[in-house]
Design a protein. Structure first.
Length: 171
């Protein structure tokens, strides 16, 4: 019989991740960063921005930049398909939370795991920069790369890009 204290401690060690596919690989982001998932419906390109900033969307009156993770990882841009989604994350910048979208091939599931099941990031072998990863999760025969949202979306850089996008949209 499990004590109430034991089950509370186990619940405190449980973490949830949204898993998604990108170019045949599995990735995950902590669920606490997720605001919503929307169907891809087109973007407005913003001139003079980095290649990984695919464009902006209007999300209920707010201008939200959308990052192409494929391009951010130094690969070719994401090909838009039937199941392409935009995952809206909340990223801290200038002491406030800002919405930022990431373009993914498909959203898979919410995965609940124990913190102890998260492997440290490998120093080699991944097709993305090591500082973009916070760890790895084993899911059957495959590994899921857990992304470090703060590094991938580079809060300072994204804050500047968001300001640029808002100025361009207002003009």
């Amino acid at each position: 019989m499990t004590s109430r204290t034991g089950s509370t401690a186990a619940a405190a060690d449980a973490v949830q991740y949204l898993t998604f596919s990108l170019d045949g690989e599995l990735f995950a982001v902590p669920i606490e960063h997720i605001r919503e998932i929307i169907e891809f419906g087109g973007l407005t390109a913003v001139p003079l921005t980095p290649q990984f900033l695919r464009g902006v969307i209007n999300l209920r009156g707010a201008v939200v930049p959308v990052v192409d993770l494929g391009a951010r990882f130094g690969r070719s841009g994401t090909t838009i398909g039937r199941r392409t989604c935009i995952v809206i994350l909340e990223v801290e910048a200038a002491e406030r939370m800002l919405p930022v979208g990431i373009l993914v091939d498909t959203v898979n599931e919410v995965l609940t795991t124990d913190r102890s099941q998260i492997e440290p990031r490998p120093p080699f072998g991944a097709r993305i920069r090591a500082d973009f990863m916070s760890g790895m999760l084993s899911q059957g025969e495959r590994f899921v790369i857990v992304l470090d949202v703060g590094q991938v979306l580079s809060v300072e850089e994204m804050g500047g890009l968001i300001g640029l996008a808002v100025e361009e949209h207002a003009a």
